[in-house]
Design a protein around this ligand. Sequence first.
Ligand code: P6P
Length: 346
Amino acid sequence: MSAASWLSPKRDQRGNTIEQHIIEGQRAHPSATGELTALLQQITLSCKIIASRVNMAGLADNLGLTGETNVQGEEVQKLDELANNTLIRLLSRGGRTCVIGSEENEHPVPVPEGYPCGKYAVLFDPLDGSSNIDVNVSIGTIFSIHERRSRAGTAGGLEDLLQPGTKQVAAGYVIYGSSTMLVYTTGEGVHGFTLDPSVGEFFLSHVNIRMPERGKIYSVNEGNAATWEEPVRKWAEWMKTPNPELGHPYSARYVGSMVADFHRTLLKGGIFAYPADKKNAQGKLRLLYEAAPMAMIAEQAGGAASTGQERILDMLPTELHQRVPLYIGSKGDVEDVLSFVNGTRS
Ligand code: P6P
């Protein structure tokens, strides 16, 4: 698409920046104050900075470990730290948030003394899949935005972060891959923006992304199969047993970076799963800043997301870093795995 077509008044929505897209969306909500727009712009700027560092990590000595371990007991990569510090610095001082929850920080991160508290609570995984950084596999930033529950003007806290996924005002992710793409929803469909590095701006490239009813790909770490519950093992076997009526076997794809595996599932359909296992009794993925934002996106695109026992978005969180089993993707494919997990199919 030539630059000129982005400027012509007759263009379709493609080519809009995120700000233009939100403002056009807000026309339907006269009460919108622009605060969410400002917050999304702060997140977007943070991710542009992260993208620039990720894309030259090998040259700028950002690869490798810091020697620290985070609250998850995972080795902290230099880019993890850079991504986390960038998001915290821009959001905690941007006047739109009252508190931050980050995968890299054990406790809620407050707004610094002397800076204004805003009306939003933000949660993020600053650089998901970071164990793949050194081998140049796609990684990503995942974010979730809630309106604060605590009194305006006061310091935010845990009560503002521990909210069910149904209360999310917005959710999204940025995937740092062959191109850098931001995918987000404010509850009015799912939209994708691709970064044009020549101008340093994200432009609308995927309008109203919809997930197919079923796909042809299943994505799960089968190296864990011996530690799964029996019904999950039976499901995985069923997915790869030839059955032309069902379109089985599905293809197996597993990157090991949730943002990459989910992004493919969103665009092509199918299912991504991280079941509970004997190593991770509650699953490995975190509810508040991985499963819940991705579940909002999946449902907004016509898909589904479950723990195996309940809808992800209905879960009432009790801890900032709590983990959940996750089955997410095309509605039909999620229903199929639940039929095994719930025992209606064996
Ligand atoms: P495993 C990355 O560390 C992550 O949190 C997700 O991005 C990814 O889906 C999962 O863990 C991969 O875990 O155990 O398959 O390596």
